[in-house]
Ligand binder design. Structure first.
Ligand code: AMP
Ligand code: MG
Length: 500
């Protein structure tokens, strides 16, 4: 079989639009070959969606490419330049220190996507780093990206994982791996900051034009395309963060270099899905002040977008005061977009199709109760989906999630009173709730078990099972129902690590 992006004899046929941008945007560099590459997993579903031939990619020639040992014909590999605010501190030069953009492919859907090798060796942006990735974080990124995609939330995804046959030196010696990352693009808020802070207005403009052409074509027709671009990025990012909150996701390192202007989730480091609901949950071991905790994400997203707005000011208007007004007006779209996604999503999570006064309070009161009562976030909403409007007897499973099951009852009574105002049949309400309330998230202890089994015993069964449930998280998968279970006290993962 020869798929669209697979030329005869060539597992990947790439275009290179980023490399037509000025030379200051990147460093041309090929991946550094590795000792003995072997395929860990190829993402067949994604390959198919992208018009790639998974068999060709899994062939010896394909694996050589996924490991960075052979550059596909016609590719112009490069490491992208970017800057970023890390925990609020500006770092003028970050860039791809351990990744190489091989090029781009156009999917059958007509969208252009980056093919990027993470862990591909040193680049001019590596600073003191070794340019490599350890297997543990690579497995983690693969699983979390698939889970996010399964939940229908915009995300980068992994096309493949290859073991390098070389050790990497972290807190302990770990096997090295290369992740093939597929993204709408790798342009970050920090990419704009790189040029803006150097006063390179023409480069900021060239980058903005590139982003409009690639992601926001409609903005080109606007009276002020850059103002339209800023607002569009603001709206997509607000919606993205709203969607994260609705599934209990905590990114963990929302530095401006880890925020893609395409609106996709990117850079899965010490991220986590929470088990027990608490708005102030923080997992990341490097996030000591809780800057990127669960409930801080909407605020920090806005802060990051303000940095983007600063970069775009010179493009918004020649008069600085007018430019600032334009920026403020675009940023003003953030709150409404976020609320529409988040509050609208919460109402859907409790089965409300109509809007009545007091609905937001009803659902926010549930969250307050869940936090007080240490209820499991995912299972509470999934459990509610499975209860009947006219039969509180079915509530046992949900009640049991609250430390004091009686604490759930007054809320349930209010909820049922409210449901009685809905006009759609109860079975329909229940099905609609199951379509927005996942049964499965990649629970931290399961992710850890899958990584441990792969690293310690070369056993990929837990990984494959986990991938099976999280890639279709709204299905019941009764045979694997164990993956719905929250961690036992001794299984709870309290801290997650970057592992870079
Ligand atoms: P991250 O923590 O993955 O968002 O990366 C932050 C910055 O550190 C980026 O510029 C990365 O390219 C760089 N970096 C992270 N790990 C390494 C590594 N092992 N070698 C070189 N650069 C790295
Ligand atoms: Mg990063």
């Amino acid at each position: 079989m020869t798929a669209a992006n697979t030329a005869a004899g060539e597992p990947l046929r790439l275009a290179n639009s980023y490399s037509t941008l000025p030379e200051t945007f990147y460093a041309r560099i090929a991946p550094t070959p590795v000792a003995s590459p072997s395929l860990i997993r190829i993402n067949r579903a994604l390959a198919e969606q992208l018009g790639l031939d998974a068999d060709a990619l899994s062939s010896p020639a394909g694996i050589e490419m996924l490991a960075g040992n052979r550059v596909p014909e016609g590719a112009e590999p490069l490491a992208m330049a970017y800057a970023g605010h890390q925990f609020g501190q500006f770092v003028p030069s970050l860039g791809d220190g351990r990744a190489v953009l091989l090029g781009e492919i156009s999917g059958p859907d007509g969208l252009r996507r980056d093919i990027h090798l993470k862990g591909a060796g040193r680049t001019p942006f590596s600073r003191s780093g070794d340019g490599r990735a350890a297997l543990g974080p690579v497995l983690r990124e693969y699983v979390l990206g698939e889970a996010m995609a399964g939940l229908g939330i915009p995300t980068t995804r992994a096309l493949a994982m290859v073991a390098t046959g070389e050790p990497v030196y972290r807190e302990r010696i770990e096997p090295g791996a290369v992740l093939t990352r597929v993204a709408a693009s790798h342009v970050r808020v920090g990419t704009f900051e790189y040029f803006a802070r150097r006063g390179q207005r023409d480069s900021v403009r060239a980058l903005a034009d590139y982003v409009i052409a690639r992601h926001y074509a409609d903005c080109a027709q606007a009276d002020n395309p850059y103002r339209a671009l800023l607002q569009a990025v603001v709206e997509r990012q607000a919606a993205l963060i709203g969607q994260w909150l609705l599934v209990g996701f905590i990114h963990g390192v929302m530095n401006t270099d880890n925020m893609a202007v395409s609106g996709e989730t990117i850079d899965y480091g010490p991220c986590a899905f929470m088990d027990t609901y608490h708005p102030q949950t923080v997992y990341s071991s490097i996030d000591r002040g809780g800057r990127y905790g669960y409930d801080q994400q909407p605020r920090i997203g806005f802060w990051n977008l303000t940095q983007l707005a600063n970069c775009l000011l010179p493009l918004l208007d020649d008069d600085m005061e007018t430019a600032k007004q334009q920026a403020h007006a675009a940023l003003d779209a953030y709150g409404p977009s976020f609320e529409q996604t988040y509050l609208g999503g919460l109402r859907a999570k409790i089965g409300l199709a109509q809007m009545h006064e007091g609905d937001d309070d009803l659902v926010l009161d549930l969250l307050t109760k869940m936090a007080e009562q240490e209820a499991d976030f995912t299972n509470t909403f999934r459990g509610l989906s499975n209860t009947a409007a006219d039969d509180p007897a079915g509530d046992a499973a949900v009640r049991a999630l609250f430390s004091d099951p009686h604490a759930f009852d007054p809320w349930a009574e209010r909820w049922r009173a409210r449901l009685s105002l809905e006009t759609r049949p109860d079975a329909q309400r229940s099905a609609a709730m199951r379509a927005v309330n996942p049964a499965y998230i990649p629970r931290n202890h399961r992710v850890q078990q899958a990584i441990d089994a792969a690293m310690d015993d070369m056993d990929l069964t837990p990984l494959d099972e986990l991938l099976q449930v999280v890639s279709r998280p709204f299905d019941d998968h009764d045979a694997l129902a164990e993956y719905r279970r929250p961690p036992q006290p001794q299984e709870v993962v309290h801290r997650t690590f970057c592992g870079t």
